[in-house]
Design a protein around this ligand. Sequence first.
Ligand SMILES: Nc1ncnc2c1ncn2[C@@H]1O[C@H](COP(=O)(O)OP(=O)(O)OP(=O)(O)O)[C@@H](O)[C@H]1O
Ligand SMILES: [Mg+2]
Length: 272
Amino acid sequence: MMALIVIISGKSSPGTTTTVAALAYGWPAPLVVADCDPAGGDLATGWLSPWWLNGRLHPERGLLSFCTATRHTTSITADLLTPHLQAVPPAPRARLLSGLADPAQAISLQEGGWIRLAHALTALSTVPSGPVDVLADGGRLTAEAEAPWPVLEAADLVLLAVRPVPRHLHSAQPALTLLRQRIPQDRLGLAVCGTGQLGVREAHTVLGIPARLGLPEDPETARVFSDGLHHDKKVRRTTLARTAARAAARLHQAGTTIRLAHWTPTTMGVAR
Ligand SMILES: Nc1ncnc2c1ncn2[C@@H]1O[C@H](COP(=O)(O)OP(=O)(O)OP(=O)(O)O)[C@@H](O)[C@H]1O
Ligand SMILES: [Mg+2]
């Protein structure tokens, strides 16, 4: 049992990447963090930049190298991902599929790359060494931009990241409309970034789908997860990291239940 969860945003930068990083940091089980932002990945050069700069992490190994290596592969298995995954030093249970260096590279992914990735990520639920959860950064979803739709459609849960302030909630509507056209309602939710005076309740009220997580407003800790600044052991004790760890445990647990729920109709002959 595992979960494939994608976090994606609308127009503004609500904190998608930061939230993915904070969840990965506190994830309670084996995890692949997949940087699928078509506009370019930020995890290796942001949150994980201390290890990029000291040579332990290689941003060029990841999504693009996987897509290039599997260009002529017809039978996609999870082990094809292995050479393109890297250890995440601050989160020993996680492995990173680093993102694109240049949005122009997304063009090469349209030719079946996202589909191969979706197959490989889904196959992680049945690897012999035990199921692996997947948490993906889907970048921004706008009418003009390319989106990793095959990965979104394979996901157990797609979370639209929003800031709980009126302007952001309003500008998230077009992305939600796009998601509703292709993702079943029961697999959609919100990731509320920077709760404070306003929070998950307001986001739910305005957008009409349930909030699956809310991370508190905390610019200083957020900078650790967005930019890799001042990463040390104290981070784990912050409210943001502790809230993220609790949310990660809930999502991991719910992923198991979602999968079970999916499985019942499938075994009854009804497609997912
Ligand atoms: N919970 C939070 N509290 C305070 N600041 C936050 C929080 N989450 C994110 N931020 C800040 O918001 C900014 C944008 O974050 P981030 O890069 O994660 O957004 P994004 O949605 O991934 O944007 P993009 O679409 O550009 O990739 C960063 O400076 C980050 O530190
Ligand atoms: Mg981002």
